[in-house]
Design a protein around this ligand. Sequence first.
Ligand code: NAI
Ligand code: 15L
Length: 272
Amino acid sequence: MGQKRLKKMLVTGAAGGIGRAIRTKLAPLADIVRLSDRAGLGQAAPHEEIVYCELTEKDSVDNMVAGCDGIVHLGGQSVEADWETVRDSNIEGMYNLYEAARKHKVGRIFFASSNHVIGYYPQSQLLDAQTPPRPDGLYGVSKAFGEALASLYHDKFGIETAIVRIGSCFPEPVDHRMLATWLADDDLISLLECMFEASRLGCPVIYGMSDNDVVWWDNSQVAYLGWKPKHSSAIFKEMLDAKIERPHKDAAVSVYQGGVFTEHPIMEKKPN
Ligand code: NAI
Ligand code: 15L
């Protein structure tokens, strides 16, 4: 990292899958990494702080953000769910986070948006940063809200956000669709480095994918960030072909970018 190293970087949702995968790789980005979640985060390393916070609690979010100069916002509902669950974590929670960022003058945020914002586009269509949302469920709608909120706080208050429509960030692709959507965690780390180091970020939409052979998304509009993913899902293709049958060409997982998310019903909240 160059001169732009952060003093204190907040990572929300740090107890989740991505948070756990990147935790040990975050040290070069900031003097102190403040990890937050409502779930267990274990012991803090010497360069870490741990702050438990429920994103729906405004005062708690305010305290979590105070003193930080950059945020990696991973926290929230990460798959399709009933409206109340999605709304609480991804709409209320997102609003609380951006209000706290405004009050505490945080300049730059990484927002973990999702490919499910554009999940109803066919896999045959190449999308770019200008492509309008076409969500495949309430979860995708909530991420589209998050993208709009980030845009508002950029235009009104100058807060810069990397709106990253993450494909599938897992140790390896687990189905054929992920040959297009896979994002290696090392490539996510290099994206964080680029966006926090850039002299100007703005509020761009970035597709969070590795250098895969199968390409549905065009990141040429963010070439100015200098992000060059180094990994490719291609090395997993043979293993996938041997392990699982290719889905039928008319199955949702073969037709839509969002795959099976297009098939989820609108879910009802389960009574307590
Ligand atoms: P995850 O579900 O494993 O982790 C999310 C974390 O957020 C959890 O630890 C959970 O406790 C926390 N959280 C949820 N609601 C909260 C609330 N109201 N208050 C405080 N904490 C709360 O998800 P994962 O896979 O780590 O993804 C991280 C982010 O990236 C999510 O926002 C997800 O939507 C997004 N994303 C992930 C993708 C992936 O392939 N893993 C793909 C696209 C987007
Ligand atoms: C997402 O948005 C989810 O958070 C993740 O669990 C995966 O389902 C991913 O999209 C995907 O589309 O593979």
